[in-house]
Design a protein around this ligand. Structure first.
Ligand SMILES: NC(=O)c1ccc[n+]([C@@H]2O[C@H](COP(=O)([O-])OP(=O)(O)OC[C@H]3O[C@@H](n4cnc5c(N)ncnc54)[C@H](OP(=O)(O)O)[C@@H]3O)[C@@H](O)[C@H]2O)c1
Length: 265
């Protein structure tokens, strides 16, 4: 990345914009934030993150290198139509569910570099598993900007647009499945007489430790075998999960997310 700061405009100042802004290296990027008119929110963002804000983002387009769309999917058509009038080669990134590079390219002037970045809610703790895909006109320098912008919110992986459509159910939605598992485990943990803080500590650290074990690249089945002695107590529990087809349940849940997302796009 060159020493010149790149100018980034956020359109949208909500949860996802703030998670990104918090992590962005302010020595590499100068940040301007606009929204839909909520002045209190802009004031809060300015004070918290020491960035510039604007009530008239459309007048600032010509000064920008990068424009990040951090507003709801349904606002995109309107904003893309407005952007199209003033844009001249800036990189346009969206974080919106369902809005891929093909969608952006079809609504922006020919040749506009675009990208789709899909973080998850853990971005606010800098633990996101973020997917990103590039449009046809993104050069290597711009890809470097994208990775620098998301570097501090967690891990990221470049995939295709189609893969983001399919895998958002895993990286974006499946955390909710893990929280359901956590809820059940906390409930049964509390029945042993520990307090809520203790139950949370036990369950959260058990899940975090299991995630760390997965990161060693050992196969999940191998890790399960490591815990479960044949005929032992863990094996008795696994048998219940296997007999009740936990794997099928997970696949069905992921499929349901995908089908719903497809109907909304
Ligand atoms: N939250 C997540 O974990 C998550 C994860 C992945 C992707 N996303 C995506 O991130 C995007 C934003 O989600 P969020 O959770 O940050 O939403 P949010 O907290 O509700 O914030 C939405 C922001 O968009 C602004 N906005 C809405 N319509 C606008 C318009 N027409 N022009 C300019 N700004 C407009 C709002 O402006 P005001 O401030 O004026 O209200 C607000 O600042 C969504 O597309 C969502 O799919 C979110």
């Amino acid at each position: 990345m060159s020493n010149n700061k790149k100018h980034v405009l956020f359109i949208g100042a909500g949860r996802m914009a703030q998670a990104l802004i918090k992590g962005i290296n302010k020595n590499e990027f100068s940040i301007l934030v606009g929204n839909n008119g909520n002045e209190d929110r802009l004031r809060e963002v300015k004070e918290t993150f020491e960035v510039e804000t604007t009530n008239h983002w459309s007048q600032e387009i010509h000064k920008m290198d990068i424009i990040i769309l951090a507003m709801p999917p349904e606002s995109h058509d309107d904003i893309l139509a407005k952007l199209s009038k003033d844009i001249s080669g800036q990189l346009v990134i969206t974080v919106a569910a369902g809005i891929g590079p093909t969608y952006l390219e079809s609504r922006l002037p020919k040749g506009t570099p675009v990208s789709w970045v899909m973080p998850n809610t853990a971005a606010k703790l800098c633990k996101s598993m973020t997917l990103y895909a590039l449009g046809q006109n993104v050069n290597q320098e711009q890809q470097g900007w994208i990775e620098a912008l998301i570097y501090d919110i967690g891990e990221f992986e470049k995939v295709t647009e189609q893969q983001i459509h399919e895998l958002t159910a895993v990286t974006g939605s499946a955390p909710a499945f893990i929280y359901r598992v956590a809820e059940a485990l906390e409930k049964i943990t509390l029945e042993s007489g520990v307090n809520k803080d203790q139950a949370r500590k036990l369950v959260a650290n058990m899940i975090a430790g299991s995630a760390e074990m997965l990161k060693t690249n050992a196969a999940p089945a191998e890790l399960a075998d490591e815990v479960a002695t044949p005929g032992g107590s863990t094996a008795a529990g696994l048998e219940i999960l296997d007999t009740n087809h936990l794997d099928r349940l997970m696949i069905d849940a992921i499929e349901a997310c995908r089908q719903k997302a497809m109907r909304q796009e």
